[in-house]
Design a protein around this ligand. Structure first.
Ligand code: CP
Length: 307
């Protein structure tokens, strides 16, 4: 039985196959309408979510399966003191596959050691968010036609941003990706990533403080929210939250074919006026999240392309 805890749990070939399957689902939706008939997905969300939980549930429904679960820790027996391991052990008696989000790093990994059904990490604290990474990879590949030979700017909260951490690790296996990190000093990428990913031969990154100084070089701009829920000190959050606001004047020097991604939710970091620019990909990205999760559910249940 396979679990998906970290994006590196999947080989490059598996990721490429999964993205191919997602593309095939997009082109042939009707063929996949019943492939999960009789199967159940449980969504165990100990932390709030709109896109991840609902796209998982929509994905299973569009595959003909059923869903059950909870959307907050408050409505589960964890409020009575039940451990994550016990919760998952029990839910794996009811569901064929489980998507789990938890504020504590490592909780889905712990759960995977007790579960009798495959566990998908739907985000653990500031650590990983592998299905967002698959969403991002599908979006970049559909927008740019490739995952190699690109210059990607990551902007905002690079310290606590699990979507950034997971995407950097996943992209590190593709050739000739240039990484430009745009953040205030306090929100730079963690040292473990600097050492584990950029410490490898041939891997480098640039660190800058403003979007303006690099916008003309970027093929992809990955914007992120400064996450209030990850700060211990509200004063620091207030000081840093509006450091970057992408608006139309900032895009003047950008490439015509720049792709602007954001895992969402956004707060102020992308002005609403940018939404109408064809370079804004973030709502297409959210839709891709449903298709890539359909492909992932199928793959983890041992199903392949429907010819
Ligand atoms: N991108 C993402 O994880 O969004 P949600 O928190 O709404 O699931």
């Amino acid at each position: 039985m396979r679990h998906l805890i970290d994006p590196m749990d999947l080989s490059v070939k598996e990721i490429d196959d999964l993205l191919d399957l997602a593309d095939h689902i997009i082109e042939n939706k009707k063929r996949y309408a019943k492939v999960c008939e009789g199967k159940k997905l449980a969504t165990l969300f100990f932390e709030p979510s709109t896109r991840t939980r609902l796209s998982f549930e929509a994905a299973m429904m569009e595959l003909g399966g059923n869903v059950l679960g909870f959307s907050s820790a408050d409505s589960s027996s964890s409020t009575k003191g039940e451990s994550v391991s016990d919760t998952v052990k029990v839910v794996s008696c009811y569901a064929d596959i489980i998507a789990m989000r938890h504020p504590k790093e490592g909780a889905p990994f712990l759960a995977s050691m007790k579960s009798d059904s495959p566990i998908i990490n739907a985000g653990d604290g500031g650590h990983n968010h592998p299905t967002q990474t698959l969403t991002d990879l599908l979006t970049i590949r559909r927008e740019k036609g490739r995952l190699d030979n690109i210059t990607v700017g990551f902007c905002g909260d690079l310290k606590f941003g699990r979507t950034v951490h997971s995407l950097i690790k996943a992209l590190s296996r593709y050739e000739n990706v240039t990484y430009i990190m745009i953040s205030p000093e306090e929100l730079e990428i963690p040292n473990y990533l600097k050492e584990e990913v950029f410490g490898k031969e041939g891997m480098t990154f640039e660190q800058v403080r403003t979007i303006d100084e690099v916008i003309d070089r970027l093929d992809v701009l990955y914007m992120t929210r400064v996450q209030k829920e990850r700060f211990f000190n509200e004063a620091d959050y207030i000081r840093l939250k509006d450091t970057y606001i992408l608006d139309m004047p900032k895009l003047k020097k950008a490439k015509e074919n720049l792709s602007i991604l954001h895992p969402l939710p956004r707060v102020n970091e992308i002005a609403v006026e940018v939404d109408d620019d064809p370079r804004a990909c973030y709502f297409r990205q959210a839709l891709n999240g449903k298709f890539v999760r359909m492909a992932l559910i199928m793959m983890m249940l041992g199903m392949g392309k429907v010819e």
